[in-house]
Design a protein around this ligand. Structure first.
Ligand code: ATP
Ligand code: MG
Ligand code: MG
Ligand code: MG
Length: 480
């Protein structure tokens, strides 16, 4: 079966032949021209309907959103903007189309707000915008696998249901098979987890890192890429309760290797999209430009979407230590004039996204990799530096996004690890298996986590993370 994409790109092979194509109507002009789309590409295939040859009843039934199977001859197009069209000989209407209800949905051909499109997330796949976004999302995912495959990584699948909750304090979704109307309790009235399916407390994973680390201790280079869950109580445009995370973990790598890997990885994926999603990117680029025009001049992006991607794919990312970044922030005009919501007052404070975006968008005008953070504001497993004050952590910050990647070299020394766990009140018994890997041929290793949706936001020029995942889960919202 030929897709619309096959026909548009390979029409020379079928020119003047009869072929069959199926799709949905995007537009039906003058009862004569159907723009047909089947999702394979952003481009529509023009169908010319010589209505004298067709039953009027059929023609009348066709409207936007109709699903059709059309057989006809492939001819070169006379019209501007397209190379090929189909002269319809046979049209079959494939399914129901409730034309009155259609008028009330986002499939009615007019401009709808992104909010409205979100409310009908089950229908938005049919729009040009969401077709483009999800084709790009698919290409990004494929490029991720390709990058790791080419670099001798193994794709491992870390568990979705996990017993370890070391990292996710307060952000875990519990998992149980208890009947929630009849939860078993012990004599003290506490929930009796002994009677749970797993006979313990379990939750949905907030990161596959700890398990991926153990895999890297045997397989060398691994990555996990799967759904990740965090009960984020903040309602931001950068956080989802369910998102997809990519987490490579590499034995024998230090922090610098890890930063190199992150930079090469991001550039590879962006280049892949530039090369393989040209039509969709052009559409998104135009949309982006139109959106910029609506903004006050000061807030407009300086460059187009494609231009921005090409630049990021080429230029070396700026690498800056946390200490250096704090100096820059403390001495900035913005900080001195009280322009930040959270003033930067001393070494040791955690950076907020306003600070990250200042560094990237105003100060360096480049993606930035920050490294060597104070140990107090980072997780227990990050490797303690010689100074005893900082850890070998790194965050990659992108324009318009803020943090896109967070990673570190991991603490491979058992005594230091245990000491850190004690200081940070992480339960040693619960992570006995993690600690165990430091006992038998422990080696330096490093890895990072990338939120897939943040990268898709960046490459599509979209601004709300709810618009780059098919069915977003956010506080008070899991309709579909
Ligand atoms: P943030 O500071 O933005 O909350 P984080 O530091 O909590 O992120 P990490 O634990 O470092 O996040 O996770 C690694 C990556 O996963 C982040 O850099 C980001 O790209 C992505 N990520 C984290 N939380 C979310 C979320 N709730 N929704 C979507 N992506 C997320
Ligand atoms: Mg967070
Ligand atoms: Mg962070
Ligand atoms: Mg982080």
């Amino acid at each position: 079966k030929r897709t619309v994409k096959d026909i548009l790109e390979g029409y020379k092979k079928v020119l003047h032949h009869d072929i069959t194509v199926q799709g949905w109507v995007r537009a039906f002009r003058s009862n004569r021209f159907i723009a047909l789309n089947d999702g394979s590409t952003i481009n529509n295939l023009q169908i010319v309907v010589d209505f004298e040859n067709f039953d009027e009843a059929i023609i009348k039934q066709i409207n936007t959103a109709s699903s059709l199977k059309i057989t006809g001859e492939v001819v070169e197009s006379q019209g501007a903007g397209q190379t090929v069209e189909i002269l319809a000989k046979k049209i079959v209407i494939l399914g129901d189309n409730f034309s009155e209800e259609l008028q009330k949905t986002i499939l009615q051909p007019k401009k709808h707000s992104l909010e409205k499109l979100r409310e009908e997330a089950h229908l938005r796949f049919r729009t040009n915008l969401f077709g483009a976004i999800f084709r790009v999302r698919s290409a990004v995912s494929f490029a991720i696998h390709e990058f790791f495959n080419k670099n001798q990584f193994f794709y491992i699948h870390t568990p979705i249901i996990t017993g370890a909750d070391a990292e996710g304090a307060g952000e875990m979704f519990g998992v149980t098979n208890f009947d929630l109307n009849n939860i078993p309790r012990d004599e003290n009235g506490d929930i009796d987890f002994e009677q749970d399916f797993f006979a313990r407390k379990t939750s949905l994973t907030v990161s596959g890192q700890l398990e991926a680390e153990t895999a890297a201790m045997g397989l060398g280079r691994v990555y996990t890429f799967g759904p990740t869950f965090r009960a984020e109580n903040s309602n931001t445009t950068r956080h989802l309760a369910e998102f997809w995370m990519v987490e490579p973990e590499v034995a024998f790598n230090n922090l610098e290797d890890n930063i190199d890997l992150a930079e090469n990885f991001l550039k590879y994926v962006i280049k892949y999209v530039l090369e393989n999603c040209k039509d969709d990117l052009e559409f998104l680029d135009k949309r982006f430009a139109e959106e910029q025009k609506q903004k006050p001049e000061k807030e407009r992006a300086k460059e187009g979407l494609i231009e921005k991607l090409e630049k990021v794919a080429e230029k070396r990312f700026k690498r800056v230590s946390y200490t250096e970044a704090i100096e820059i922030l403390m001495n900035s005009k913005e900080n001195k004039k009280g322009k930040f919501q959270f003033p930067v007052e001393h070494w040791g404070t955690d950076l907020q996204s306003e600070h990250e975006r200042f560094l990237v968008e105003k100060h360096f005008e480049s993606p930035v990799v920050l490294f060597d953070y104070p140990k107090e504001i980072k997780a227990f497993y990050m490797r303690l530096n010689e100074d005893g004050k900082t850890v070998a952590a790194m965050d990659v910050l992108f324009p318009g996004i803020g943090e896109i990647i967070g990673g570190s070299q991991r603490e491979e020394r058992i005594d230091v690890l245990k000491q850190k766990m004690k200081e940070m009140h992480v339960d040693e018994d619960e992570l006995w298996w993690y600690i165990d890997t430091r006992k038998f041929g422990s080696v330096p290793h490093a890895g990072f986590g990338l939120g897939l949706e943040r990268l898709v936001l960046f490459v599509t020029g979209m601004t709300n993370i709810r618009d780059v995942i098919p069915f977003p889960r956010t506080p008070k919202s899991a309709e579909f």
